[in-house]
Design a protein around this ligand. Sequence first.
Ligand code: ZN
Length: 427
Amino acid sequence: MKFALFIWILSFQAFGTNIPRVFLEKNKNQEWFVSFEMTQETKQLGFMRNPDGSRVKRWTSLDPNIELIYRDGKEYILSKDRKPFTSVKFRLTPTYIALPKEYAPFSRYSDGGILFHDARFQVCPLECKVDHKYLWNFRLQIPPNDLAVVHGKLRKKAIAWQVKDDGSLIYVGKRSPRRSNAMLSIIDPELPKPLLDALNNELPKYMAYFAETMGVLDTPPSLFASFEKIKSNSRNQQGGVLPGQIFMHWTGPNLDKVVADENAILGLKWFFAHEAAHVYQSPSVSLYDNQHAWIHEGGAELLAYLALQEVTPSAKNYAKKRYSVFVSKCRAKAELVDLKDATKKGQFKAHYDCGFLIHYALKASLDRRGGSYYDLWAKYRKAVERGKEPGRETFLEIVARETSKGFRKKIDDMINNTAEALPRLLQ
Ligand SMILES: [Zn+2]
């Protein structure tokens, strides 16, 4: 064990010597800047995460010789005269944008508070290697009247931490977080009242339900819910999780009208339970495998279905209706694509619709054998924490052990030959 740890630290250092230090700064005039500082010169910096080319438009170099370019689907920092450099600084645009399959870089609260994603600033000399475990030293400087929430802790002025993997969301603003036993939260008070009520009353109950059934988390999770009333007609709702964190963001006008309808509120409660389920599926390690997103997305849909029925009695009929919707949607998707190809063929939603039905059948099979669907998640999580590759093989190995080889085959058929296998799954 000690030997393994030693190797791991060494490998970080061997690759990590010239990994840029990141310095993010918010000044008194509400302007945001980022600098990257290195100990050795480089001719180019490449970003770890490249959802699109939006940094090219939204970042302005303070040095006219430094430019950002978008090439072959990736963003790079270069000097125009192609001479090497050791530091660069950019002015940022700290407003919300929706990035494809990625966390928003900045989400604004109605009072100007900001939630940012620290992994947006992961850069490497030349290129980042996608499968390499990097570690970035990150510093944040904020004005004296602001506070920051970093990894569940309240911080002031100058703060330092290390960023790895998918990073974290960091809050900067004037609002102190509310702490309860189960959660630390910063919720925008300008959200419409029915939505606020559902967030304040229902979400903690879903968290408590999952803590009871799937195990208490080592550190209480954080919830960030922000709302930016903008006049344009574009309305947006985004939610997601990172280890130990849930975030939700709304932009656009007339949100109060949108949530006036009771079905819309039930839909929101489902969405809250779904996000809460992700936190308990994976509190510290990432279990996500996008090709087989039916594992975590289908699983979160089933966990939402169970939590809603258990915690919100008025949602029982709604949850049952959702079951029928999943059946018809999965049928329609299965005509277009097999689950194994859903991600690359642009049918990502199939992972939710058909994934829900796989998990529904899986739970029924476990129940018949006296097993527990919640324990299955704990076993999967432990297997990944012990070094197993997250994804289909590890998950299905555990499924076969806890149910039977025959049931595993049913799932394999759903993945490879969805339209044909679906009637057998529903039997
Ligand atoms: Zn999800």
